[in-house]
Design a binder for this molecule. Sequence first.
Ligand code: GLC
Length: 430
Amino acid sequence: MNRRDFLKMSGAGLAGATLLGATGCGGGGSSSGELIFSMGPDDTGAYHDLIDKFNEQHKGEFQVRYREMPSDTGQYFDQLKTEFQAGGGEIDVMGGDVIWPAQFAAQGWIVDFSDRMTESEQSKYLSGPIESLTYDGKIWGVPWYTDAGMLYYRRDLLEQVGISAPPKTWPELQEMALQVSQETGTKYGFVFQGAEYEGGVCNGCEYIWTHGGNVLDPDDPNKVVIDSPEAIAGLATEQSMVEEGVSPQAVSTYTEEETDPAFLNGTAVFARNWPYMYALAGSSDYPKVKPEQIAVAPLPVGEPEPTVASALGGWNFLVNAASDMQDEAWEFIQFMTGESSMKYSAVNATLLPTLKSLYDDPEVVEAIPVIKLGKEAIQHTRSRPVSPYYGDMSLEMAEKYASVVKGDTSPEEAVKALKADLENIIEQAQ
Ligand code: GLC
């Protein structure tokens, strides 16, 4: 019994508590008639709006309470892990990163949704998010929104210098970033996520992929292929951003949270980020740079094998296996993933829908450039490995990629070390 249930129980007396204990009350906001939903910070207020609407419709039945979790996906994950290990915790429904389902499912911590997510139900969603939820032949949740790494740029500043189109290659980006920042007096050329955390892994992989490299063999995920000239070239480009003064040294500590103000307060010409940042432009937190001053483009490509690619990110709804509000959880998830809620999140928070139908909805696609590009970008996204051991692999990549950005490790050393580390993890898992 968790602390909250315990406090609720105190009026009911010890006999009741013993009874509940005997029926195995573990976790979940069950006895309170409250469904606890966890997710990272609600930057635009869209989660609150939707939850309020749901609660309004379910007065007298049950209510959803939003519990804010860390914006860093790794910290959020660790917090959940601690609660699950301690017997479940209070959370019923989680907004969960696409890299989590396999890891949680392998531990039996989340609910198998195979009965509810039938084949015909699954076919309504984009395939990437469905794959992220598929592990051991079962499906472990419902897709919410999808993410793809994108290049943001200040359209107004490029125009000021006479540049009409965004860069297509990384060397072009470097050249433009230096020129535009100098000529317009903008402090930084390009900002991205170079810190030692999950977002740094996404950025590092994108540099590797866009130069034609890979981390694992796409046809055999047990084979590590990171020790290639393409991967080395990719990490060399990432390192050169700081070395050439295109990016500030501080990008080695940047997550998404530092990227937003750097770009949206007008301090950088280019930024790599996920679609959500678009919705923050011109908002009360970031009034300085307006949406009409910014534009988005696919991530640039590099030699020796120019390849359009970006990391597949995104978030799913997962249900705590220890929750005894599973029907209520399903009701809430259906509301949040219905066309109307997904459209609301798309229009108000620029979260890319996972329902295919919304990509044909003119109100969604035409109104928001980032979603129009998202439709294209989604075709070029690559997943991080769907594996119960992904967390271990990610920690190794996070460390090495960040060390490359800092200039402490050469790209050659980094891929050599990563080959050994990742092979080790795969071997141990077998
Ligand atoms: C975004 C993505 C998520 C990724 C994270 C990294 O939230 O949706 O998949 O792991 O960024 O910071």
